[in-house]
Design a protein around this ligand. Structure first.
Ligand SMILES: Cc1cc2nc3c(=O)[nH]c(=O)nc-3n(C[C@H](O)[C@H](O)[C@H](O)COP(=O)(O)OP(=O)(O)OC[C@H]3O[C@@H](n4cnc5c(N)ncnc54)[C@H](O)[C@@H]3O)c2cc1C
Length: 443
């Protein structure tokens, strides 16, 4: 088995080492094959079994469920769709951006219910999400988002002024805050493993250590999916491989993997916690282009992520470690919390997110018969979204028409990324622009 535990503190700190399920073996048949055992794949399997207990669903995971972004992320359950509200409005229209926000609110509430109803032990705290402005330009950006939300008539979001922020954090660092109480933080790998157990309890079959080497239409109908040790034929195919989709020629141009990174401190003492406040325990993000996101764990470590991203060339999926970004993140912890100067950092890791050219998520179809479904482009905002998308995909397969299946991003046309080196150059240029804008304007 792979050294999965080295991929994040979350995977390392699971209550027990993972005993992987047996790989796919021999020649098999099923109704639905799901490639990828992250949140998208596991949620699809769970919801399919909920809609139709008799359906035969197989999840084929290359490593162990939760090995990808689902076992490494920041653990924010949040309502942001795509990169920003502004991009969705610009690329589509105001009505679509508003509908996307409603979808995301339902996604966050849905994940809350999923965890509560099924008793998934994942250190879930409904402590809210706090977007902060730390410079005049960031204040303008957060205030602009408030205007959009007010125009939409959305409720449940609080504007925190400097005094309120000072009460919570014992600092003048924050100038404005957007607080969304419905959001939460959780232990991502426990959630992934909890979703695996739940899907299995519902009757789904999961094969681990089974890298899919390829898939194709079967001459007799449906799809055939192949691994080194077996193959499976099914009527429906779900491609839940997120950033790893670059490995399949049929999906290669639809998205790019981009790596985001995280550092983690030792647990804070009671005196250190008292010193920084953070009474609300909300997950925090700033409003730069290359955002910082940070939160507390159940045992009061600080997880700090973002700040910059790594880009890799072609099919390279080995970009999880970046010393320069780790150093930047460690310095940023004490920039935000000078009281913690000298704190020890115990863990550093990274993982791939899936980015479409227009920075907007998609649930799409390969072919006109809509029997092969993919979900891509959740960027760094997929914890709640992927779980809800799993429900939407299950409804599409079960032939149920719901408000989810009618969303504008279901079946939308995806603009292809050009081949490398053009894409690599373009991605570097976008990242370079964001870095300069942060340095001159937002930082
Ligand atoms: C460092 C980091 C921080 C993040 N922070 C947040 C956050 O705080 N909040 C938020 O909302 N989102 C966050 N995200 C994004 C979020 O984690 C993802 O959007 C979400 O986990 C994607 O889930 P998924 O199931 O689609 O993909 P993944 O979890 O990546 O699952 C894909 C699976 O496919 C498997 N696979 C790959 N190739 C094959 C193959 N050939 N055959 C079989 N299986 C294969 C992989 O092993 C993997 O398990 C973050 C992501 C990262 C990397």
């Amino acid at each position: 088995m792979s050294d999965y535990a080295s991929k994040s503190w979350w995977l390392e700190s699971l209550p027990a080492p993972i005993a992987a399920n047996p790989p796919l073996a021999g020649s098999q048949r099923a109704d639905v094959t799901v490639i990828g055992g992250g949140y998208t794949g596991l949620s699809t399997a769970y919801h399919l079994k909920r809609l139709d207990a008799g359906i035969d669903v197989r999840v084929i995971e290359s490593d162990v469920c939760g090995y990808g972004a689902s076992g490494r992320n920041g653990g924010f359950s949040m309502t942001l769709f795509g990169l920003t509200k502004g991009i969705t409005r610009f690329r589509f229209d105001d009505g679509s951006a508003r509908a996307a926000h409603a979808y995301m609110e339902a996604a966050v509430d849905g994940l809350h219910e999923l965890i509560a109803d099924n008793g998934i032990d994942c250190d879930y705290e409904r402590s809210g999400y706090l977007l902060v402005g730390t410079s005049p330009a960031q204040v303008r950006r957060v205030a602009h988002d408030f205007k959009i939300i007010e125009k939409w008539g959305a409720t449940g979001i609080e504007r925190w002024d400097r005094d309120r922020l000072r009460q919570e954090f014992r600092t003048d660092y924050y100038r404005i805050g957007w607080f969304e109480p419905r959001c939460g933080i959780l232990h991502p790998a426990k959630l992934a493993r909890g979703m695996k157990a739940l899907a299995e309890r519902m009757g789904a079959t999961i094969h681990e250590n089974s890298p899919v080497t390829g898939f194709a239409k079967h001459t007799g109908g449906g799809y055939i999916v192949k691994t080194a040790t077996g193959e499976i034929r099914s009527e429906y195919l779900v491609l839940a491989t997120n950033a790893y989709s670059v490995l399949f020629p049929q999906l290669r141009s639809l998205q790019r993997p981009v790596f985001t990174h995280i550092v983690m401190t030792e647990p804070l003492t009671d005196a250190q916690m008292d010193g920084i406040g953070w009474r609300c325990r909300a997950g925090v993000e700033d409003a730069r282009d290359l955002i910082h996101y940070y939160r507390l764990t159940r045992d009061n470590r600080i997880v700090m992520g973002g700040g910059d991203v790594s880009l890799t060339y072609g099919d390279d999926l080995d970009g999880d470690l970046n010393e320069k970004i780790f150093g930047h993140l460690e310095r940023h912890v004490t920039e935000v919390f000078p009281q913690l100067r000298g704190i020890r950092f115990t863990h550093r890791w990274g993982g791939p997110v899936s980015v479409t050219l227009d920075m907007t998520p998609v649930i799409g179809f390969l072919g006109a018969d809509r029997t092969a479904i993919f979900s891509l482009g959740c960027i760094g905002h997929g914890v709640s979204l992927t779980h809800f998308n799993g429900r939407t995909i299950a409804e599409l397969i079960a032939g149920r028409r719901t408000w989810r299946t009618e969303m504008f991003f279901v079946g939308r046309k995806v603009l292809p990324w050009p081949a490398d080196p053009v894409t690599h150059g373009a991605a570097h240029a976008i990242r370079g622009f964001m870095k300069i804008e942060d340095r001159l304007y937002y930082g």
